[in-house]
Structures are given as C-alpha cells and as structure tokens.
Write a protein of this length. Structure first.
Length: 145
C-alpha cells in the first residue's frame, strides 16, 4: 500500500467516524417531543388541495388549505409554495413556532387579529406549536405539505 492510498483510507475512516448514526438522531428527535407533552393536540380537521380551486373562493391555485382544531382554538392555514399563512380562531395574539422534521425551525408572532405568515413555506413534514398569552400550548399534528 502506498502512502497516498494509506492517507486516503485514513481520511475516509475519519469522515465515517464523525457521522452521527440515524438511530441517534431519531432518539434525539423523540426526546425533544416531550417538551410539549402537556400541550393540547390540534387534530387535522380538513385538507383541501386547490390545484383545481372550483368552489374554493379566492384560493391560490396550487395552495393547500388546512384546518387544525381543538375544543378551544382552530388554526386555519393556507400553504403556498412561497409561504404558510394562517389565522387563529378565535383571533388572539400568540407565538407560533414552526417545527420541521428535516428543515430549519422558525417562529413568528400572531397579531391581535390572529393572522400570521411564515416564509419560506415548509418543504417537508411540519407542525406548529401555538403559545397563547394566557400560557396555553397547542400543538398541531405532523403533516406533509
């Protein structure tokens, strides 16, 4: 074996030793889910694909309309290729956190009228965590765009 071949094998071994096994990453993601264990889960109540927006007034073609709800609050979302827009019903100021399974997280403040926009739109599996001013926490189910 030449010196160059030995160095190439050592470099490959070093790269391999620095990779985190997927099983470790999955355990870490699962541990983080316990941070919201006492939150109320908002289940998906409706999902409309507006590729053919017949009957859906003012919908953006290619957008997806999602509604998540609990017994106390609903989150109406419009997911377009550019942004995720939503409104809380009943309207209330809240902190909205976007968690993505394979992407960066984001956070925005919903205005007093409950409206918010998160840009850019999530590309993969995501969920929202809503934290109201009265300390209630609501988590939407994981969903795919």
């Amino acid at each position: 074996m030449t010196d160059d071949e030995l160095l190439a094998e050592l470099a490959a071994a070093e790269r391999e030793s620095q990779q985190i096994p997927e099983s470790f990453l999955a355990v870490g993601r699962g541990a983080l889910s316990w941070l919201t264990v006492d939150a109320e889960l908002a289940e998906l109540q409706s999902r409309v694909d507006t590729a053919e927006p017949e009957g859906v007034r003012d919908a953006v073609p290619g957008a997806r309309l999602l509604t998540f709800g609990t017994s106390t609050v609903s989150v109406e979302l419009e997911l377009t290729p550019r942004a995720l827009q939503g409104q809380l019903v009943p309207p209330q100021p809240s902190r909205i956190e976007l968690q993505q399974y394979d992407g960066p997280d984001a956070a925005v403040e919903a205005a007093d009228d409950g409206w918010f926009t998160i840009s850019p739109a999530p590309a993969g599996m995501f969920r929202l965590i809503l934290r109201t001013r009265d300390d209630a926490t609501v988590v939407t189910a994981w969903t795919h765009p």
